[in-house]
Design a protein around this ligand. Structure first.
Ligand SMILES: [Zn+2]
Length: 59
């Protein structure tokens, strides 16, 4: 699946991070505001050309 940048039409890099991951002894979720802790992962889309970034929260 290829995603096009809405700003410049360039190619966007898409990657997903699980929020159940841990950083040392801490869960990543611990660092999030309470209203975001219901999500299980977050998807980042970053344009290779202009650096435009979108973030999608996923349940
Ligand atoms: Zn762009």
């Amino acid at each position: 699946m290829s995603v096009t940048c809405p700003r410049c039409g360039g190619k966007m890099i898409v990657f997903e991070k699980s929020l159940s991951a841990t950083v040392g002894p801490f869960s990543v979720k611990k660092f999030l505001p309470e209203e975001l802790q219901k999500y299980s992962s977050v998807e980042f889309r970053i344009c290779e050309s202009c650096g435009y970034m979108e973030i999608y929260w996923k349940k």
